[in-house]
Design a binder for this molecule. Structure first.
Ligand code: 5GP
Ligand code: ZN
Length: 113
């Protein structure tokens, strides 16, 4: 049994607001946005965290960053944006399916704290 929240979202078993999809990648709006634009981009295969990226699955990560560029153009994020991956406990990862936050439309503090 795959009990993964984002696998269920990809399959459509849990509803989401889709903003982008292709063979490798699914992207949807975050349910608790931390910026006026806050999307979550996930690979359509279960990779649990950045720790699990390897030579066999890294094509999915490349496809995620291709999707970032396409979404940024489609959403006119010409003032910039931030891509964030939280990994593990200290990284603040709460969902065990690797995902990248795409945050935009406000000035984002650095360092993030
Ligand atoms: P993490 O903290 O693991 O880096 O990020 C998980 C993100 O998933 C959080 O920003 C959280 O708001 C979002 N999230 C958790 N559950 C759901 C859900 O059911 N639907 C959507 N759209 N986002 C979710
Ligand atoms: Zn999953």
């Amino acid at each position: 049994m795959n009990d993964c929240l984002f696998c269920k979202i990809i399959k459509g078993d849990i509803p989401s607001t889709k903003i982008y999809e292709n063979e490798y990648v699914y992207a949807f709006l975050d349910i608790e946005p931390q910026a006026p634009f806050h999307a979550i981009i996930v690979p359509k295969t279960h990779i649990s965290s950045a720790d699990e990226i390897n030579a066999q699955n890294s094509i999915y990560i490349a496809k995620i960053f291709e999707a970032v560029a396409e979404i940024a153009k489609a959403e006119s994020l010409s003032d910039g944006y931030r891509v964030v991956n939280n990994c593990g406990k200290d990284g603040g990862q709460t969902v065990g399916h690797i995902h990248f936050h795409l945050l935009a439309r406000r000035n984002l503090a650095w360092p993030p704290g």
